[in-house]
Design a protein around this ligand. Structure first.
Ligand SMILES: C[S@@+](CC[C@H](N)C(=O)[O-])C[C@H]1O[C@@H](n2cnc3c(N)ncnc32)[C@H](O)[C@@H]1O
Length: 191
């Protein structure tokens, strides 16, 4: 089901708070510009408030999303239900460092605002690469200092962002970076 971003902002803007306000259009446009097929297999790592999964679902994609069992980071079900997107988003508990999926399972993997929270970042990138198809894309959204400074007005102890490029190790991934005022999107492809 395709839903306008304006409807998400109207219904869920206050629920999602500042981080959504800063980046909703950017997230939407980065996804849209990837021109992914409706039949693509999507993984969203770090469910949180459900923002990333909702941005994907309103563009008519089906998504598996997850975070470690017991994290229960936020009530993501409420906004998903209010938008009628329950059938498009399925939750499965997992850790990014040990993804419970076969090799080459996904066309696209997204990590929005979660990378800096994940303990083993190099292992996470290795797992993402393993689970991506040869033609797949990995997109990691991380706030840059201006975004972090604004977030800290609401969450004073918010951690620094992490740069995925610092954790690539021996992985053979090409990348481009897109930015808005508050956030970078690191877009990786297998070489
Ligand atoms: C700020 S929230 C992310 C926001 C979320 N992506 C959204 O769209 O609303 C951080 C997320 O990282 C998740 N997380 C932390 N460590 C993780 C790990 N090792 N593997 C997977 N997710 C993890 C947390 O459970 C939480 O869901």
């Amino acid at each position: 089901m395709r839903i306008a971003l304006a409807e998400v902002k109207r219904k869920c803007g206050s629920f999602f708070g500042k981080s959504f306000e800063l980046v909703a259009d950017f997230l939407y446009n980065v996804v849209s510009d990837l021109k992914l097929k409706k039949t693509s297999k999507f993984l969203d790592i770090g469910t949180g408030s459900g923002i990333m999964s909702i941005i994907l679902a309103i563009q008519d994609f089906k998504i598996i999303t997850g975070e470690p069992a017991g994290d229960n980071w936020a009530d993501w079900q409420t906004p998903v239900k209010s938008l009628g997107l329950e059938k498009q988003i399925s939750f499965q508990p997992f850790r990014a460092e040990a993804l419970p999926f076969n090799d080459a399972s996904f066309d696209a993997i997204f990590i929005f605002g979660s990378f800096h929270h994940i303990a083993e970042k190099t292992l996470t990138l290795q797992e993402c690469s393993r689970c991506l198809k040869a033609t797949g894309v990995l997109v990691i959204f991380e706030f840059h200092p201006k975004g972090i400074a604004l977030l800290r007005k609401e969450i004073p102890n918010h951690p620094d962002a992490a740069n995925p490029l610092d954790y690539l190790g021996q992985l053979q991934l090409s990348y481009e970076i897109r930015s808005n005022e508050y956030m970078n999107a690191y877009i990786f492809h297998k070489k």
